[in-house]
Ligand binder design. Structure first.
Ligand code: ASP
Ligand code: MG
Length: 434
């Protein structure tokens, strides 16, 4: 008998009818003889509604209470889903994150899972139940306060439980058919990726693909959990994220074809990101220790920086310009911190540009195929798109462009790598909520 962990996102359980539809799907797995653990998100956009409510009451709600409030969304969906399954004549029991043994650190709003002790889930399964777990939440190891894992965190709950229970697969259900070669809203000819390695999925998630939370992919890779990303609105095979063959119990007629296709692909997909800004520190003294000082200053503010470029100023010998990208939301914080260290760093001034976009081309085949980079730059040149910054990893090339040109850049790259599908495949079934 295999054990399946299934996670349903907000749009899959948006209202009573959707909850009943999902319950049917879960019951089908029981009928096929699988043990099932379900992780649910809050219904529809209810997490956003709860945040709005909190802000109406307090401009800066205490973090502990905000987390307590937000976990209520998932408690609603887990209980109603258990009711819907009971209506179909099957046993189901719901559990909060804390009851399910999801133990975290104490960082409210972005807690990290430290351990999962799913004893109660095991016994619920042994007693013949479908176990339903509230996603996105846990309990602090030290203080026993209730925590949340950050927006979209239910994916991570699902993968963490799958790892702790040694599940055969973790299925992540949303309102799209899987991971696409590009965002179908920008590239209508994007097609579904049938199989992708953890490493490539990590790069996709880190480069702005929103289908899976980065932490969830990191977790899946660390514990080797096969993840199947698919739609709860169709029966189509979705995207398998795994380095191992697709598990025996879940192989279909297309599985082998899928695995073969993956071997051949050089580029898996094109991701984009509009959430970053570019900060340039002009006229930094070109002596050892200055970069360290700059990035220590920014690091102290807990700001994640992404691309870094340093250019020696030809006009002003002995000076250099350092640019880096960072989340737009952290722009003000970074500027303030750097300005207050201006005297000791000794730079001239700061330039800030939040009208940028980042395009990334990802594919493990890059390692063994020279010329992949030139293809991208040719395509961007033909589309008259100027490149502002470049960075690469072994399996990724990223460029920063003007925000207005980003969509064109994504389309140009997608076509240049031969990723366009012959017919339109991408369908988004539900709402916006995940
Ligand atoms: N309900 C939470 C959110 O909307 C968690 C999740 O959906 O995964 O962010
Ligand atoms: Mg949600």
């Amino acid at each position: 008998m295999s054990l399946v962990v299934q996670k349903f996102g907000g749009s899959s359980v948006a209202d009573a009818d959707s909850v009943k539809r999902v319950a049917k799907r879960i019951v089908e797995y029981r009928q096929a003889g699988h043990d099932v653990v379900v992780v649910v998100s809050a219904m529809g956009d209810s997490t956003d509604d709860l945040i709005d409510l909190a802000k109406e009451i307090s401009p800066v709600p205490p973090a502990r209470e905000l987390d307590m409030l937000l976990t209520a969304g998932e408690r609603i969906s887990m209980a109603v889903l258990a009711m819907a399954i009971a209506n179909l004549g099957y046993h189901a029991q719901s559990f909060t994150g804390s009851q399910a043994g999801v133990i975290t650190d104490e960082s409210f709003g972005k807690a990290r899972i430290i351990d999962v002790t799913p004893g109660r889930i095991r016994s619920a399964l042994d007693d013949g139940n479908v176990a339903i777990v509230a996603g996105f939440q846990g309990v602090s190891q030290t203080t026993k306060n209730i925590t949340t894992l950050g927006r979209g965190g239910s994916d991570t709950t699902a993968v963490a439980l799958a790892a702790a229970l040694n599940a055969d697969v973790c299925e992540i259900y949303s309102d799209v058919d899987g991971v696409f070669t590009a965002d179908p809203r920008i590239v209508p000819s994007a097609h579904k990726i049938s199989l992708i390695s953890y490493e490539e999925m990590l790069e996709m998630a880190a480069s702005g693909a929103k289908i899976l939370m980065l932490r969830c992919v990191e977790y899946a890779r660390r514990y080797g959990v096969p993840v199947h990303v698919r739609s709860s609105f169709s029966q189509h095979q979705g995207t398998w994220v795994t380095d191992a063959p697709i598990p025996e119990a879940f192989r279909t007629a297309q599985t082998e074809e899928t695995e073969e296709k993956m071997e051949q692909a050089i580029i898996s997909g094109v991701a984009h990101d509009r959430s970053e800004a570019k900060l340039t520190i002009v006229g930094v003294p070109d002596i050892p220790g200055k970069a360290a000082e700059i990035f220590r200053t920014v690091g102290h503010q807990e700001i994640d920086i992404d691309m870094i470029v340093q250019n020696i100023s030809t006009r002003d010998p002995g000076r250099t310009d350092i640019s880096f990208t960072l989340p737009k939301d952290d722009g003000v914080k970074a500027i303030e911190a750097l300005e207050s260290a201006k005297g000791s760093i000794g730079f001239d001034h700061i330039q800030y540009d939040d009208q940028i976009g980042k395009l990334s081309v990802i594919g493990a085949g890059m390692r063994s195929h020279p010329g992949v980079t030139a293809t991208l730059f040719d395509a961007l040149a033909d589309a008259h798109i100027n490149i502002d910054m470049i960075s690469t990893s072994e399996i990724r090339i990223s460029v920063v462009t003007n925000a207005e040109l980003l969509d064109d850049a994504v389309r140009a790259a997608h076509t240049a790598y031969g990723l366009d599908a012959d017919d339109t495949e991408a369908i988004v079934y539900g709402g916006t909520g995940r």
